[in-house]
Design a protein around this ligand. Structure first.
Ligand SMILES: [Zn+2]
Length: 93
């Protein structure tokens, strides 16, 4: 038996995608600080159903299920919306 865990697999995937998009060539003009990065992830995750798991085996299984082109492109769409929303409301220097 492996140690029990509590992980939202959607959150794990979104974290990676936010980083990838934000640091990619298309969004260079947006703020890249940790505060904005976390805000973009939070904004995105509040609009998506969570996928919590409590074992490493389930995490692996759900991750493999979610990691498909259709779901990733849906996530990317939400993240891009979040990048613009956070960029617009940003009030720090
Ligand atoms: Zn920032």
């Amino acid at each position: 038996m492996t140690e029990p865990i509590l992980v939202n697999v959607t959150e794990e995937i979104v974290h990676g995608l936010v980083r990838f998009l934000l640091f990619g060539p298309e969004y260079q003009t947006f703020c890249h600080c940790e505060k904005c990065e976390m805000e973009i992830a939070a904004y995105t995750l509040n609009r998506l159903p969570s996928n919590y798991v409590s074992t490493a085996e389930a995490r692996e299984e759900v991750y493999n299920k979610l990691n498909n082109p259709i779901y990733i492109s849906l996530l990317n769409k939400e993240i891009i919306r979040a990048i613009y929303a956070v960029g617009k409301s940003q009030n720090h220097s």
